[in-house]
Design a protein around this ligand. Structure first.
Ligand SMILES: *[C@@H]1O[C@H](CO)[C@@H](O)[C@H](O)[C@H]1NC(C)=O
Ligand SMILES: *[C@@H]1O[C@H](CO)[C@@H](O)[C@H](O)[C@H]1NC(C)=O
Ligand SMILES: *[C@@H]1O[C@H](CO)[C@@H](O)[C@H](O)[C@H]1NC(C)=O
Ligand SMILES: *[C@@H]1O[C@H](CO)[C@@H](O)[C@H](O)[C@H]1NC(C)=O
Ligand SMILES: *[C@@H]1O[C@H](CO)[C@@H](O)[C@H](O)[C@H]1NC(C)=O
Ligand SMILES: *[C@@H]1O[C@H](CO)[C@@H](O)[C@H](O)[C@H]1NC(C)=O
Ligand SMILES: *[C@@H]1O[C@H](CO)[C@@H](O)[C@H](O)[C@H]1NC(C)=O
Ligand SMILES: *[C@@H]1O[C@H](CO)[C@@H](O)[C@H](O)[C@H]1NC(C)=O
Length: 664
């Protein structure tokens, strides 16, 4: 029966295909015959190019979540137009696009590289590979048809790549995160020659300040007459001075990122100014009211400046179009104004690390698309915002370090809501009361099992595809900044409140939970054994409560649990043997006079462990496999620490874990 169906389907498909083919052949007349067939010379050039490089796991400098060796699919059997990363011209069949970004390529790009035999290339993307500090070959001028070129995060270095300036057809150029020297004349000629340029990314180009007259200390004038420019990223350079008036008058400019420079402020008004402004710098003064006069601003990022005063009411007019509003880390004060009623497109609102007071605005319920709400580290004095229940897309809720008070369950029996919630941080507030036993019942997202073979992604706005900005989280005892928020990361932090009663058994439903911090409350009762169901749990902190009873032996099965702290409770008995529990520091258990046993002795040594009141069975041989998994799990931290990147350790570790698992 199945076979029959299949055949029928197949013949139907075949018939449809033939029909379509006939129609399209008819439409395309004779061109059709050679469609998408790779030219031999192009195929051989590609195969030779493949041979020029090794395949190696990316390092942190050129690491991208989606890395995999694309050239593996390049074999001399199939049509090269069907190979991964290749685009051919629909009629001529010539290779016009080569996207080898994040392909684990390793080696020098020589000037006689076969790449330069692909004369018809229009799009070339070599980002996120390791070209081992090779200079940009002079032969780039053979690719005169190039319209889009991306060499970012590729470890190119060496002298100024002047040959690139002859590619007069370029509309998009990305040289970010490369370390060749870029001097003033390079920028001047770039402005003169590349007249069609619409997108320019020169963020984090290690501009050498040793060459005289080359450090950009004033705002770079070279873009002043680039009237075609639509997107400009000069972030992470050393640009000083004011953001000049003329920048806002570039007619096509819609995206500007000037963050991480040493700019001191705006100059002039904002008429016809870019719709997306990322300006994290060292601006002082108040938020300029002229911002409100702009039309359809969609991203406003004034984070990490020195702005003071209140958030202007007039922003209400911007709220209709705004997708991302980030005012984090300033010195803003006053109430959050009631400006959100029409903020239907707002996906992320971050006013954390300011001095905001008063209550959360009721108009927040107008933000029906809100995914990230971060008001942490302010002085907001309010109850838990149950009314935001209607925000069905909320994924991240941070109320940390404010004066929130009252209970965490609605007395009217309204369920908690927030089906999409994956990160909730209520720590360091004044919440009181108990958590009912079914408290975690409807936390849909954290309880539904995720497909672990799917590659991790970052939370981003579904409409603009922009990633949301970073978040500071505490997990595994470390406070860290996640530069982007991974979709797989889930966390509950209720620490530092005055909650009491039992930790609800329903916690065991949250199978996707990775970080649980209930420390510094007044929880009583036993550690719920349902925690043993949280097979993804990596960090568990129950310290500084009044929890009694034994540590459930089932928790010993949680091999993912890297960090445990149950100190300063009233726990008794032995710690689970031969498990992650024995790989913790002694201080994870201190302040529990009733804890004893040989396994605790292993952790703390003889001195601290109290004499056991009864004899325990001898400890079994520690399994090698377990210690291995611990080492691998522990590794996640190391690179972040060693490289000292601003990148979140968590991000790094998840990216790496996933990568190791997939390609390791
Ligand atoms: C690919 O195979 C063809 C014959 O099928 C051969 O002529 C050609 O040299 C091969 N190319 C490479 C780069 O090996
Ligand atoms: C830029 O230079 C600094 C030190 O001068 C170096 O640590 C960093 O890796 C360089 N950045 C890139 C992208 O090469
Ligand atoms: C380069 O930087 C130094 C130190 O910041 C400064 O004194 C000098 O004037 C700058 N040169 C130019 C041409 O801007
Ligand atoms: C702006 O630049 C900063 C620093 O390079 C970067 O972290 C941020 O992601 C950029 N923002 C956007 C929206 O591209
Ligand atoms: C920011 O500006 C203040 C003065 O307004 C100055 O003291 C401080 O050093 C500046 N910070 C940076 C990183 O440039
Ligand atoms: C739990 O929260 C407390 C207080 O916020 C913090 O000090 C501790 O480091 C956190 N625990 C873990 C394991 O991150
Ligand atoms: C773990 O989950 C299973 C079903 O998913 C359930 O039957 C079991 O009782 C749970 N265990 C605990 C300790 O809650
Ligand atoms: C466990 O928590 C206690 C108190 O919160 C703290 O003093 C101790 O350093 C923590 N231990 C570890 C290993 O984090």
């Amino acid at each position: 029966m199945k076979v029959f169906l299949f055949n029928q389907k197949l013949s139907f498909l075949l018939r449809s295909f033939c029909f379509l083919f006939l129609v399209s052949s008819f439409l395309n007349t004779f061109v059709c015959a050679t469609q998408h067939l790779c030219h031999f010379d192009q195929r051989d050039a590609l195969l030779d190019f493949k041979k020029e490089f090794g395949i190696q796991k990316p390092t942190f400098v050129n690491f991208d979540v989606s890395s995999y060796p694309k050239t593996k699919s390049w074999v001399n059997k199939s049509d090269c137009c069907s190979w991964d990363g290749i685009t051919c011209d629909a009629t001529s069949g010539k290779v016009i696009g080569l996207d080898l970004s994040s392909s684990c390529l390793h080696g020098q790009l020589e000037s006689n590289s076969s790449l330069f035999r692909l004369r018809h290339l229009r799009d070339l993307n070599l980002a996120y590979n390791n070209f081992t500090a090779s200079p940009i070959p002079a032969d780039f001028d053979k690719l005169m048809g190039l319209e889009r070129l991306n060499l970012s995060h590729s470890s190119f270095s060496g002298p100024t790549p002047t040959k690139l300036l002859q590619l007069t057809k370029l509309v998009s150029l990305d040289l970010s995160y490369s370390s060749f020297s870029i001097d003033e004349s390079f920028l001047r000629i770039l402005a003169q020659n590349l007249r069609n340029l619409r997108e320019l990314d020169m963020s984090n180009v290690n501009i050498s300040s040793e060459i005289p007259r080359c450090n950009i200390t004033e705002f770079p004038e070279f873009i002043k007459y680039r009237r075609s420019l639509g997107s400009l990223d000069l972030s992470n350079n050393k640009i000083k001075g004011q953001v000049p008036d003329w920048l806002w008058r570039l007619p096509e400019l819609t995206d500007v990122n000037l963050s991480n420079n040493a700019l001191r402020g705006y100059n002039g008004s904002f008429k016809a100014s870019p719709r997306s402004q990322i300006l994290s710098n060292n601006f002082t003064g108040e938020i300029p009211r002229s911002i409100c006069g702009l039309s359809s601003l969609y991203v406003l990022d004034l984070s990490d400046n020195n702005l003071h005063g209140s958030i202007p009411w007039c922003l209400e007019t911007q709220m209709i179009s705004l997708v991302d509003l980030n005012l984090r880390h300033n010195r803003l004060s006053g109430n959050l104004p009631e400006v959100f009623m029409n903020a239907k497109n707002l996906g992320s609102l971050d006013v954390s690390h300011n001095q905001m007071e008063g209550k959360l605005p009721a108009s927040l319920i107008g933000c029906s698309a809100l995914e990230v709400l971060n008001v942490g580290s302010n002085r907001i004095n309010d109850m838990f915002p149950f009314q935001l229940n209607s925000l069905q897309n909320l994924q991240v809720l941070v109320l940390r370090s404010n004066k929130f008070h009252g209970t965490l369950h609605n007395v009217d029996g309204v369920s908690f809501g927030f089906p999409q919630l994956k990160i909730i941080d209520l720590s360091h507030n004044e919440f009181v009361g108990t958590l009912p036993s079914d408290y975690f019942m409807n936390w849909t997202l954290m309880s539904s099992k995720r497909d672990n073979n799917r590659e991790p992604e970052y939370i981003r706005n579904p409409r603009t595809y922009r990633y949301y900005t970073s978040l500071i989280l505490t997990s595994k005892g470390v406070s860290m900044e996640m530069d982007r928020i991974l979709t797989i990361y889930t966390s509950i932090d209720f620490s530092g409140n005055q909650l009491h009663g039992k930790i609800p058994n329903s916690i065991g439903l949250l199978k996707e939970l990775r970080n649980l911090n209930m420390s510094s409350n007044s929880f009583t009762g036993h550690i719920p054994s349902s925690l043993a169901n949280l097979t993804n749990l990596e960090s568990l902190d129950l310290s500084q409560n009044k929890i009694s009873g034994e540590i459930p032996f089932e928790l010993g099965t949680l091999s993912s649990l890297e960090w445990i702290n149950v100190s300063h409770n009233q726990l008794v008995g032995s710690i689970p043997q031969g498990t992650q529990f024995q790989r913790q520091k002694c201080s994870s258990y201190e302040g529990n006079p009733g804890l004893y046993g040989p396994s605790l002795k292993d952790v703390c040594g003889d001195i601290k462990a109290p004499t056991p009141p009864q004899s325990e069975p001898m400890e079994t041989q520690e399994e090698e496999e377990e210690s291995l998994s611990w080492i691998v799990a522990g590794l996640g931290f190391v690179p972040g620490v060693v490289f000292g990147l601003v990148m979140g350790h968590i991000v790094a570790s998840y990216k790496y874990h996933w990568f190791m698992k997939t390609f390791g």
